[in-house]
Design a protein around this ligand. Structure first.
Ligand code: ADP
Ligand code: GLC
Length: 488
């Protein structure tokens, strides 16, 4: 199959969260399965081009693309994703993408991703590459399926192209004023009579994608079920229900080359489930460098997270004082909303011998936290998939999670499995979104940490799980086949 994979962020070029990890690794696995894949992302001015060997594409040259009545020149640079032969195309339009950030709150945020989507289609026309599948991800590429069918419907090259849309997080929908369709030159009927893009009086990119893509999916089976409920669907639940025959859940995989405690270049001591001795050395290294005392009997709890309501910082805040009284140390990496950053800063100030924080983005530190901590905390309010808990499992760091979305699908509660007479648990999970439930679960983990043999069993259980991309990539191939049937 010929597959286009379109995303607003792709690791290692630009990353704010898990979408980048998925976009940097799923295409590679699809290529390993024998498919021809081309990845597309905007060319932001936030990475070193020389480092990644980007080449300007002279054959394509300048492509004039009109957005909001103004014609911009779009250019193309390409390279291959490290460790693969998957080609990545960077859609280059400095006016929109040289803003030192991936996402902005600028007045023309809609235009930035309209030109990205149009750019992808026009580049395919210039290189005369007719894909079987265009796989779009999140609202930033949400108008592409409709534009392909309508604005570019005249181009017979796309007659056999199907579109797949993956929802990585329904709380980001791309909501703009109704002018957005005008800027994209999308027929006004889609706002009025068909209403596929109209929501709350404005244009909603995600809703447009739900109704114009051949197939839709999200990133875990549990989240796919949750999205049909008003509590999780963020207003999209009834639209997804309308499309339920074409709506699926596929759990993300992780890149086993990048996240491998046996070879990870970001950690000083390598280890595996057969020899865990390097893990405690990483813990010591991490604590020393964070200027916290090392005691192998005191569990070190890690958090790596965007600091947004989704990730459970409200319930952490509700019991912050009790959490600080637990016999444990903390290392917290993340950034986002000011109120959460301040809360975390405050607990470091008040507990300098117990807590170390890093407010900001630090890829290397995120690897070291996975390798050097004992417990990983992820008390999310909702979680489409979540990758950090899967990295934790692979690094022998026991996750404590709220049982929702992908967290429910990837972490088996130790006590629940014991109650069933099995010892197959890989972590701890709690149901209620309350500080009290979080505290109880964490307390349980801290108590069990003292039972060394049992703890090791939980670690090995997690490290023995296979969450590599292979199985999930095969499911995507089935999804693509389903999408192809829609247009035959
Ligand atoms: P989400 O995409 O909702 O943020 P995921 O768990 O799917 O959640 O993925 C988050 C990804 O971003 C992980 O690879 C995680 O290590 C990384 N990450 C999040 N915050 C930071 C940070 N401050 N520094 C480095 N990496 C981070
Ligand atoms: C989103 C979700 C996260 C998921 C990631 C990759 O950012 O919040 O749960 O793992 O996308 O699909």
């Amino acid at each position: 199959m010929k597959i286009v994979f379109a995303a607003s962020e792709v690791f290692p070029y630009a990353k704010t969260g898990g979408l980048a990890d998925v976009a940097g690794s799923l295409p590679v696995e699809l290529s390993n399965l024998g498919h021809e894949v081309k990845v597309f992302m905007p060319k932001y001015n936030i990475f070193g081009e020389a480092e990644f060997g980007l080449r300007y594409n002279w054959n394509i040259g300048a492509i004039p693309i009109r957005v909001n009545n103004t014609v911009h020149s779009v250019h193309v640079h390409t390279t291959v994703i490290p460790g693969s032969n998957v080609e990545i195309y960077f859609v280059d339009c400095p006016y929109y993408f040289h803003r030192f950030r991936v996402y902005t709150n600028d007045h023309d945020e809609d235009e930035r991703f309209i030109i990205f989507s149009k750019g992808i289609i026009e580049i395919l026309q210039r290189i005369q590459w007719a894909p079987d599948i265009i796989h779009c991800n999140d609202w930033q590429t949400g108008l592409l399926p409709l534009m392909l069918r309508d604005n570019y419907g005249w181009d017979r090259m796309f007659d056999k192209t199907s579109t797949v849309f993956t929802i990585h997080n329904i709380s980001y929908q791309g909501k703009f004023s109704k002018a957005a369709f005008h800027k994209a030159e999308i027929d006004h009927k889609h706002f009025l009579s068909s209403g596929i893009g109209e929501y709350d009086g404005g244009v909603n990119f995600l809703k447009t994608a739900i109704f114009s893509s051949d197939v839709i999916n999200t990133v875990s089976e549990t989240y796919a079920e949750e999205l049909l409920l008003p509590e999780f669907g963020c207003g999209m639940e009834s639209y997804l229900a309308e499309r339920k025959d074409d709506f699926f859940g596929i759990l993300n995989g992780i890149d086993y080359n990048i996240w491998n405690p046996g070879t990870d270049p970001h950690i000083p001591y390598h280890f595996s489930k057969d020899d865990l001795s390097g893990k405690i050395k990483n813990k010591k290294f991490l604590l020393e460098h964070l200027h916290l005392p090392f005691d192998e009997n005191v569990p070190l709890i890690g958090i790596v997270s965007r600091m947004v309501p989704q990730k459970g910082f409200d319930i952490i805040g509700d019991v912050i004082h009790q959490l600080m009284e637990l016999p444990a140390q903390w290392v917290i990496l993340g950034g986002g909303m000011r109120k959460y950053e301040e809360m975390i800063q405050q607990i470091e100030n008040n507990n300098p011998h117990k807590v170390a924080i890093y407010i900001g983005f630090n890829n290397e530190l995120s690897h070291l936290i996975e390798a050097g901590t004992d417990i990983f905390l992820m008390p999310s309010h909702f979680e489409p998939c979540g990758l950090n808990q899967i990295y934790s499992l692979r690094y022998g760091t026991v996750p404590v999670v709220r049982k929702t979305g992908g967290l429910a699908d990837t972490v088996q509660d130790w006590n629940e499995t014991l109650a069933e007479g099995k010892e197959t648990g890989t972590g701890y999970s709690f149901n209620d979104y309350t500080g009290k439930a979080l505290l109880q679960s964490l307390q349980q983990a801290i108590n069990d940490f003292k039972k060394k043999d049992m703890w090791k069993k939980i670690q090995i259980n997690g490290m023995s799980k296979d969450y590599s991309w292979r199985c999930s990539a095969e499911k995507y191939v089935e999804l693509y086949k389903h999408a192809l049937q829609k247009i035959i």
